[in-house]
Design a protein around this ligand. Structure first.
Ligand code: C5P
Length: 217
């Protein structure tokens, strides 16, 4: 069986950075499932499809040509790496992510990332819905205040102005929508290890996951 490490958790918890580093250390492939929902958010805006048009959004997803090349993301052969990282696309991703037809359309696409020698999958429902068979499931989180501070630093470093109070409020809103939606809500699976990174460095979080993985594989 091809090994899978599923890392789920709320927005701006540091999942992406940690999951990528774990994948690199183990030589595994990496799935950034959030990027797929962000792409759907962008594509629906470009195609002028409203969030209320569930079936049309599902159909649209099936026709999207998505490619990950290193750290770059391509949608229909166009580089959308930067375009999908905005706060607006984060919100649009969270809105389309609540639609069952969209989640269904992205199911097989996500399954397709599972290849030898292994996969680190990062998202909200990796351990609960997409890869319930994962050898290791981690629920990675941090307090909303710490997450807002991390997002703030990221934005400022990119030269984007930001307000810490608005960011905190945005995170809390997005958490609420992600945890309370009916389809594949963000939950900590019973069999997931909890990793609170509020007072941990990225390196410490990565090493903890590697230690857990060595103990279960
Ligand atoms: O992880 P990221 O912040 O890029 O995800 C953006 C949004 O996409 C999340 O807030 C969530 O609503 C949605 N998402 C999801 N299921 C996943 C990954 C992301 O619903 N597996």
């Amino acid at each position: 069986m091809i090994p899978i490490i599923a890392i789920d958790g709320p927005t701006a918890s540091g999942k992406g950075t940690v999951a990528q580093a774990v994948a690199k250390e183990l030589g595994f492939h990496y799935l950034d499932s959030g990027a797929l929902y962000r792409i759907v958010g962008l594509a629906s805006q470009q195609a002028n499809v409203e969030f209320s048009q569930h079936q049309q959004l599902g159909k649209m997803c099936l026709g999207l040509q998505i490619e990950f090349v290193g750290n770059q993301v391509f949608l229909n052969q166009k580089d959308v790496t930067e375009a999908i990282r905005t706060e607006e696309m984060g919100h649009r991703a969270s809105s389309v992510g609540a639609i069952p037809a969209v989640r269904e359309a992205l199911f097989s696409l996500q399954k397709g990332f599972l290849k030898e020698p292994g996969l680190v999958a990062d998202g909200r429902d990796m351990g609960s819905v997409i890869f319930p068979e994962a050898q290791l499931k981690v629920f990675l989180t941090a307090t909303p205040q710490i997450r807002a501070q991390r997002r703030y630093k990221q934005l400022i470093a990119k030269g984007i102005s930001a307000n810490i109070d608005i960011l905190t409020q945005d995170l809390v809103e997005r958490d609420l929508r992600d945890t309370q939606r009916e389809t594949a809500p963000l939950v900590q699976s019973e069999d997931a290890f909890l990793l609170d990174t509020s007072n941990k460095t990225i390196e410490a979080a990565v090493q903890q996951i590697i230690v857990w993985y060595q103990s279960v594989k």
